[in-house]
Design a binder for this molecule. Structure first.
Ligand SMILES: Cc1cc2nc3c(=O)[nH]c(=O)nc-3n(C[C@H](O)[C@H](O)[C@H](O)COP(=O)(O)O)c2cc1C
Length: 243
């Protein structure tokens, strides 16, 4: 899968930006973002995905966002479609930050415009000229689980997943080795958390898979195996072959 591997270094310094200037990004940068948006690589190519850049007047958010720019995404209301959204839009998050601009995933908001027929709103991503540093200085500034908490064995390939962003920093992923392949699991939240985090955690899983795809040096593929082992408290997402 031809994914944007040049973005790999951004994974190790990116962060959510919540403080913005109200100035618009330059026309050149906006053009680069629009072009990149058209070149996102899907995980599930057959699932419809609609992304558009909106002005602040076209979105409704719980938090105040000073930036004038938002990406609004709509898709099908299925776990696979939301995993696909995470996989696709994380490529944009990394690209925007590679330009020195800020961005943030936002579940607490939606577009005021109706989604295209058959699709539902999935997520927003405000982006723009930051009023704070857009990068972390080093990995110590990431507040994340340890590698031993997200996998059955040490594996340097998983550092990029460990640092991935997730809704409320919930980090819902777990990996089990099968030789060089990785069975991928998503934590099953309790009933209360499932109401707020259920859909967001599907997006998180797509973000994690995006980081794996961007950093693997050769091929990346996700397959569904009939005989993947069940893991108590987790649902099976698929098995990754990543060299
Ligand atoms: C699917 C998703 C939804 C999120 N929703 C919000 C949100 O509504 N508001 C917000 O301030 N941050 C939101 N975040 C950002 C997370 O809080 C943030 O990624 C996490 O705390 C890790 O911090 P970092 O991105 O700076 O590394 C969301 C992140 C994801 C992946």
């Amino acid at each position: 899968m031809p994914i944007h591997s040049s973005l790999a270094p951004v994974i190790f310094k990116r962060k959510s930006t919540r403080n913005y200037q109200s100035t618009a990004v330059s026309p050149e940068q906006m053009e680069a973002i629009r072009t990149f948006l058209e070149q996102l690589v899907p995980l599930y190519p057959d699932i419809p995905f609609h992304a558009e850049i909106l002005d602040a007047a076209d979105v409704r958010c719980v938090q105040p966002w000073k930036t004038p720019h938002f990406v609004a995404v709509s898709t099908l209301d299925t776990p696979e479609a939301l995993i696909n959204v995470g996989f696709l839009l994380q490529q944009l998050d990394l690209f925007i930050q590679s330009l020195g601009l800020g961005s943030c995933w936002v579940g607490l908001g939606r577009s005021r415009k109706p989604a295209p027929e058959g699709l539902t709103h999935a997520i927003l991503m405000p982006f723009g000229v930051a009023a704070e540093p857009v990068w972390r200085e080093d990995a110590a500034q990431f507040n994340r689980k340890l590698l031993a908490e997200i996998a059955d064995k040490p594996d340097h390939r998983l550092e990029c997943v460990r640092l991935a962003p997730s809704a409320t920093n919930s980090q819902p992923w777990y990996f089990v080795h099968a030789g060089d392949d990785l069975h991928v699991y998503q934590v099953i939240q309790g009933p209360l958390k499932r109401m707020t985090l259920g859909k967001m955690n599907c997006i998180d899983m797509g973000i994690a898979l995006c980081h794996l795809a961007v950093t693997c040096e050769g091929t990346f593929a996700l397959r569904q195996l009939e005989d993947a082992p069940a893991l108590d408290g987790y649902s099976y997402i698929g098995t990754v072959a990543a060299q």
